[in-house]
Design a protein around this ligand. Sequence first.
Ligand code: COA
Length: 254
Amino acid sequence: MIHVTAEKGVTRIEIARPEKKNALTADMYARLAAALAAADRSPQVRALLLHGSRECFTSGNDVSEFLARKAGDRSPAFDLFEVLPGLDKPVVAAVGGPAVGIGTTLLLHCDLVYAAPGARFRLPFVPLGLVPEFGSSLLLPLLAGYQRAAELLLLGRPFTAEEAKEAGIVNAIFPEETLFEEAQRAAAALAALPPESIRLTKRLLKAAGREALGARIAEEARLFAERLGSPEAKEAMSAFLEKRAPDFSRFRTD
Ligand code: COA
């Protein structure tokens, strides 16, 4: 489900749950966070590469687990929230196919993001009756500008690799057949550079707003947990699992 391999200073972490479009379970979050943290600590590792399959990066949090979560339960995504933004070593991500929810927001914490032309991004928090997570309500407006961030976060519509590149989420688009090779090449290039210089530069790049980011991740998580128990979210998620269109017409705005 989370496969880890290492070669020549690059640790490769693969999200693999093809039957559910690589949806992330609590166990997978824990394994992913542990793999990232272990690679960051290992003296043999100089760069990390994160990917799914060529057909799918990840469909985000497992929706059934969202529905089963009780009020006050700690979000399993916290394992990832705590580790990924603070990694010293550079992280390259390669995205083929859908990257939904946390599949897109985690990319905002990676250093280089490459996508195939068929990659499809989506931040469906509002359509699911939720609010943005993983600092995306702070980072996306900074990266893409307010209007573009509002379009992607309020409408929650899918967007293409080209749009993700224009929004600054993706560095470059490579053909599906060479995507992983290019991402591996970039990770190897990072691994060949002076590691202490990389570490210090990454820290400097991420220094501005580090405290604000931590506070925003916590605030989003508080609201997100509240929203998970809301009738709006229950309707949205049940509709997804029942393969029907959600109906929000009974919810009032006052
Ligand atoms: N959680 C749980 N199950 C999921 C899932 C998720 N996030 N994403 C997909 N699945 C399941 C589907 O229910 C389906 O299961 P089934 O075969 O038992 O019916 C299977 O994975 C295949 O998904 P399907 O929707 O048929 O594939 P698709 O190629 O038509 O669409 C996606 C792929 C990723 C675009 C679509 O599955 C999707 O939008 N998923 C939900 C994403 C989501 O809302 N995530 C939460 C973000 S906060």
